[in-house]
Ligand binder design. Structure first.
Ligand code: PGA
Length: 250
């Protein structure tokens, strides 16, 4: 069986209708160069562009998903988006627990556990992000922090639901900084996460690496057996760069 690698784009709070048109036109031009047999390409635009992008890429095999959602299904929660709404839009996945959600919007492990539980109960494929801050790495707390983030995230979640889960390891100090983790650091942490996840479930949960992934380092990162794919921020906004990342083996 071919092992599918996941290449996921997180646009964060970027792009507009015009740039999306150009982006998708370029993607269409590159279509014949992409071997979709061994890749799963995910794109996550801001909420307001989800429906537009989803319709625009209808005949292209890419998955479209949201960057966040709330843990309640409906009600008086001004400004929030429900997992049911994501399903209603026919989306393919959602990202939960991105470090910007944790650190800028103060989403705690408890909030993220509620979110993860709700999206998985709704059978939505979920990329759940974990990662240590620089001070935590420097004080040798990486493994402790990651174990705690995983333990807290999985609390009271039926293990059968974990088949719809993808983990993204994103060291906070490597996000948007141009500083990516070294190959040895990625290997060490991914191997640990892989082993730790077995505490909860037998199946292999895919593990992505994120943090300053770019055309220059994709090949080395993907050369690691313990890396099932990547979550790309900045470099995913430029289709010329993103396509080089998707086509990393060439
Ligand atoms: P970056 O972002 O590639 O710009 O470092 C990665 C992410 O935040 O998912």
């Amino acid at each position: 069986m071919i092992r599918k690698r996941i290449i996921a784009a997180n646009w964060k709070m970027n792009m507009d209708f015009k740039s999306i048109d150009t982006y998708v036109d370029k993607l269409r031009n590159y279509m014949n160069d992409i071997n979709f047999e061994n890749k799963d390409v995910f794109i996550s635009p801001p909420f307001v562009y989800l429906d537009y992008l989803k319709k625009k890429v209808k005949e292209i095999p890419v998955k479209i998903g949201a960057q966040n959602c709330f843990y309640e299904e409906k009600g008086a929660f001004t400004g929030e988006i429900s997992p049911l709404m994501l399903k209603d839009l026919g989306l393919d996945f959602v990202i939960i627990g991105h470090s910007e959600r944790r650190n800028i919007f103060n989403e705690t492990d408890e909030i993220l556990n509620k979110k993860l539980k709700k999206v998985l109960e709704n059978k939505i494929l979920t990329i759940f992000c974990i990662g240590e801050k620089l001070s935590e790495r420097e004080s040798d707390k990486t493994i402790e922090i990651l174990s705690k983030q995983i333990d807290n995230a999985f609390m009271n979640i039926n293990k059968d639901l974990l088949k719809n889960l993808i983990i993204a390891y994103e060291p906070v100090w490597a996000i948007g900084t141009g500083k990516n983790a070294t190959i040895d650091q990625i290997k060490e942490v991914h191997s640990f996460i892989r082993k730790y996840l077995k505490k909860f479930v037998e199946i292999n949960i895919p593990i992505l690496y994120g943090g300053s992934v770019k055309p220059e380092n994709i090949k080395d990162i993907m050369s690691l057996d313990v890396v099932d794919g990547v979550l790309v921020g900045g470099a995913s906004l430029d289709m010329d760069k993103f396509i080089q990342i998707i086509n990393f083996e060439e």
